[in-house]
Ligand binder design. Structure first.
Ligand code: PHE
Length: 350
């Protein structure tokens, strides 16, 4: 073997050893790529050795070329295997950044507001009894909100409701009863409507908010009696509060109904016993009853205001506060909970 060939082959062996000795040096794929270029690149270590191949005797060239190919393949295989190691390490590193056994975070989901839930439940109970759902303006004129409901100017009943005035003649509706008027003006009897919505009063303390929700009910036909009112409301409250709920009517006064009544139901907390766990029930204060709505037979003066003939028609009307029903239904003690928008409160209704 010629000396030239011998030294060429030694050079190649040296290059292979050199590369092997660099194991572990490249800590990233980028550094490994630099190593690959250093050995196998167009101007790399192998390429510069190869320059000597052409200067060998023709007889030595096959042996030199064969060895050069082997070394090139060996170096390529080595660097490829290091690349595999690095890739595995990288993904291992990513894996170790989190604990795959850790429970996931529960995604946030919106839920309906308890007032909305109760409103929908009440509406669907009444629609089930045959009432039509109507709606109207929250900014109302004096005539619909008061006058047509038999509450003339200077009537003391206006003091019962601390009105928010927009102007002399325009108010934020203090109750949904104005919708009785709007519905009757639109349609001849027989008629059975419910009108849910926001109402406003100049009132703000533990049990009053300036805005709250009511639902109005009105039914007009020939021969409607107070018995129909009682039967309808009994069926309705049993649907909302349960079949065992008792109902009691107490005489009351509203200018737009005559006679008028306030309706109590047996206390949802103590079941009407007046005490719970040996102490006085905090919801009914020991009486066994809780007030839930106002109602009565439509006053003939209201019929006259909308052009219905009070000799031909009779009807009943009722109005109830949604927040009050929601408080009783869910055992909520503080009205302000509904308006504070505390997620910890609201998410319980999801
Ligand atoms: N509008 C009355 C109130 O706000 C409730 C009511 C409605 C009473 C219909 C009788 C008939 O207190």
């Amino acid at each position: 073997m010629s000396n030239e060939l011998k030294s060429f082959l030694e050079g190649l062996d040296g290059l292979a050893q050199d590369c092997e000795s660099r194991k572990g040096q490249a800590c990233s794929l980028k550094e490994l790529e630099e190593l690959r270029i250093e050995f196998l690149g167009r101007k790399g270590k192998l390429a510069s050795l190869m320059g000597r191949l052409g200067k060998l005797d023709n007889a030595d060239k096959p042996a030199g070329g064969k060895k050069a190919n082997e070394v090139k393949q060996a170096i390529t295989a080595l660097i490829d295997s290091w690349e595999g190691d690095l890739n595995a390490a990288e993904s291992g590193k990513a894996l170790s950044l989190f604990d795959p056994t850790m429970p996931g975070r529960k995604p946030w989901a919106g839920s309906l507001h308890p007032v909305t839930l109760v409103m929908e439940e009440i509406c669907s109970a009444l629609v089930g009894l045959g009432f039509d759902h109507v709606s109207g303006p929250e900014v109302e004129n004096d005539w619909h909100n008061f006058e047509a409901l038999n509450i003339p100017p200077e009537h003391p009943a206006r003091d019962m409701q601390d009105t928010l005035y927009v102007s002399d003649n325009i108010v934020l509706r203090t109750h949904t009863s104005g919708m009785q008027i709007r519905s009757m003006l639109k349609q001849e009897p027989p008629l059975a409507v419910i009108a849910p919505g926001k109402v406003y009063r100049r009132d703000s303390d533990l049990t009053h908010t300036p805005m709250f929700h009511q639902i109005e009910g009105l039914l007009v036909d020939r021969n409607v009696s107070m018995g129909d009112l009682r039967g309808t409301l009994t069926a309705f409250v049993r649907k909302i509060f349960g079949a065992g709920t008792d109902v009691r009517f107490r005489p009351s006064f509203f200018p737009f109904t005559e006679p008028s009544a306030e309706v109590d139901i047996s206390c949802v907390m103590c079941g009407g016993k007046g005490e719970a766990g040996g102490s006085t029930c905090r919801v009914c204060k020991g009486t066994g009853w809780v007030e839930i709505l106002g109602c009565g037979m439509v006053d003939p003066n209201v019929f006259k205001a909308v052009g219905y003939d009070p000799e031909q028609y009779t009807g009943f009307a009722f109005g109830l506060g949604i927040e009050r029903v929601a408080m009783l239904k869910y055992g909520i003690g503080d009205l302000r909970m509904f308006f504070e928008n505390d997620v910890r409160f609201l998410e319980q209704f999801a």
